[in-house]
Design a protein around this ligand. Structure first.
Ligand SMILES: CC(C)=CCC/C(C)=C/CC/C(C)=C/CC/C(C)=C/COP(=O)(O)OP(=O)(O)O
Ligand SMILES: O=P(O)(O)OC[C@@H](O)CO
Ligand SMILES: [Mg+2]
Length: 246
């Protein structure tokens, strides 16, 4: 089964997906060992790309059978050993390189490596400007008190044929994307909404799923507090079940 089909099936059956993000520069292999039953897929990526990506993907695959999905910070973040790739355009970048040049430069390699592209509109929302992705990605930061702006970008993504939008507050963000922004983005666009950045507690993941997130990403947690992963997973699945009943 294709990775995207599998993800859609999890959303349908369990209400939401949990992605654990592995930053190849900072892999906690011991932590990963512990979380393998408490995640639906592993995202692999970082914004500075100084690492042996092939090695990291192979090591992750030795630890878990979960699908490995690249989360590329640039064109050189592509490994033939992964199963799929978030084929991202950073919609609210000020620099066309991140909107279309980087994705275009990576396209032939993705085809050659037979990686499954998952079309994803990547949106960097406040407080992302204060994080690595905001600096590297030259963003025009979307304010959190204007949910309509995020929603219109998500609708634009849908009109372009994207099936996923990733609402990013930035790795290690001081606070996550607010519920109103997630709710309106989902309601207006109807596409799959991934939410990440600054999610450190199960109750936060829970409320983001109830607000409308189809997928939750945590990265820093597996680096700093891997025992929390099981609790975050349970909270996401609980909210997923409740969302399905509503
Ligand atoms: C589709 C292809 C081939 C490329 C797309 C390239 C694009 C559009 C990238 C968007 C801009 C960017 C720099 C994204 C980085 C996303 C990412 C992997 C963030 C993870 O954050 P960390 O880099 O781990 O943050 P820290 O530095 O705080 O650890
Ligand atoms: O590291 P955290 O804050 O969990 O962020 C995860 C991800 O959204 C970063 O791209
Ligand atoms: Mg990181």
């Amino acid at each position: 089964m294709k990775v995207e089909e599998r993800l859609n099936r999890i959303i349908e059956e369990e209400g939401a997906i949990y992605f654990v993000l592995v930053d190849p520069e900072n892999v906690n292999y011991e932590g990963l060992e512990k979380i393998k039953d408490y995640s639906d897929a592993i995202l692999i990526g970082g914004s500075s790309g100084i690492c042996e990506l092939d090695y990291v993907v192979k090591e992750v695959k030795k630890i878990t059978k979960l699908p490995t999905i690249l989360f590329p910070g640039n064109v050189d973040n592509i490994s033939k050993y992964a199963d799929a790739i978030l084929y991202m355009s950073l919609f609210n970048s000020l620099n066309p390189y991140w909107i279309i040049t980087a994705p275009a430069l990576g396209a032939l390699k993705i085809l050659k490596y037979n990686l499954e592209p998952i079309p994803t509109a990547y949106l960097c929302i406040e407080p992302a400007k204060k994080t690595s992705v905001g600096f590297v990605g030259d963003i025009k930061e979307i304010p959190q008190n204007k949910p309509k702006i995020t929603a219109m970008y998500c609708l634009s993504a849908k009109f372009f044929g994207f099936r996923w939008a990733y609402l990013e507050a930035g790795s290690g963000a001081e606070y996550p994307i607010n519920n109103e922004t997630i709710k309106m983005a989902k309601k207006v666009s109807g596409i799959n909404i991934i939410v990440g950045g600054g999610i450190k507690k199960p109750e936060i993941a829970y409320e983001k799923v109830l607000a409308g997130a189809d997928g939750i990403v945590t990265g820093t947690l597996v680096e700093k507090d891997p025992k929390m992963i099981e609790k975050v997973y349970d909270a996401i699945k609980k909210a997923g079940r409740e969302k399905k009943w509503i």
